[in-house]
Design a protein around this ligand. Structure first.
Ligand code: PGA
Length: 247
């Protein structure tokens, strides 16, 4: 899944979408691989129009925790659904950090998305000091406990999790495949304890944080790494296509 963040003009977005769609259509991606792009909300309808009937899925980068009403500047899950959005990133560390999103509001956002059949891509991950102080597992476990584990198993099974260590996002400092694997296995074990081994096996856990065309294959080869949430490298068509081919 590509997270474009706040990048690209309309024309650039149109061009990038066209190149990605043309290439995945001619390459033919395996059925087990889902490709998602998450453009700025202004371009969602462009993206869902261009990808109609194609193998590309479209995600938003945020959603309101409220149903509708007087919330200037916000977008509701029902609005995303009405333009055929399939996925939505929530709880990205940039939103937690710069927009003060809390676990409580994320718990409500997850419910809104599921109500409108949109797949949440729920982000979790620790800050550098938390890793250095060996608290990273506690931090991620709390984020999941508070933001996701209120769901009954049937609803939980629709969620995608993205582990994104904050120190690796946009820094060029990728987690090692072993660090990613350790956390992904830990998350899967938490799911197993909270829900069932079936829920744990089937949950898709993506890695994010300086994942690129060079390191994607190795990261994705780890047992519990099911794919990636790609920031910077998803803005370059050829890099993103190489990452897709590594999945
Ligand atoms: P990055 O961002 O790939 O540029 O590190 C990942 C993300 O924030 O989702």
């Amino acid at each position: 899944a590509g997270n474009w963040k706040m990048n690209l003009t309309f024309q650039e977005a149109d061009e990038l979408l066209g190149t990605i769609i043309d290439n995945i259509e001619s390459d033919g991606i395996p059925e087990s691989v889902d490709v998602v792009v998450c453009p700025p909300s202004l371009y969602l309808e462009l993206a869902t129009d261009l990808s109609e009937g194609k193998s590309l899925k479209v995600g938003a980068q945020n959603v309101s925790e409220h149903e509708k009403g007087a919330y200037t500047g916000e977008l509701a899950a029902a609005m995303l659904q009405s333009v055929d959005v399939d996925y939505c990133i929530i709880g990205h560390s940039e939103r937690r950090q710069y927009f003060y999103e809390t676990d409580d509001s994320l718990a409500s956002k997850v419910l809104q998305l599921l109500k409108y059949d949109i797949t949440p891509i729920f982000c979790c991950g620790e800050l550098l000091p938390e890793r250095e102080e060996n608290k990273y597992m506690d931090v991620v476990s709390k984020q999941l406990e508070n933001g996701l584990f209120h769901l009954p198993e049937k609803e939980f099974s629709k969620v995608v999790i993205a582990y994104e260590p904050v120190w690796a996002i946009g820094t060029g400092k990728t987690a090692s495949p072993e660090q990613a694997q350790e956390m992904h296995a830990f998350i899967r074990a938490l799911i197993g304890r909270k829900y069932s081994s079936d829920a744990a096996t089937h949950c898709r856990i993506l890695y994010g944080g300086s994942c690129n065309a060079k390191n994607a294959r190795e990261l994705f080869s780890m047992n519990d790494v099911d794919g990636g949430l790609i920031g910077g490298a998803s803005l370059q068509a050829q890099d993103f296509l190489t990452i897709i081919r590594s999945a």
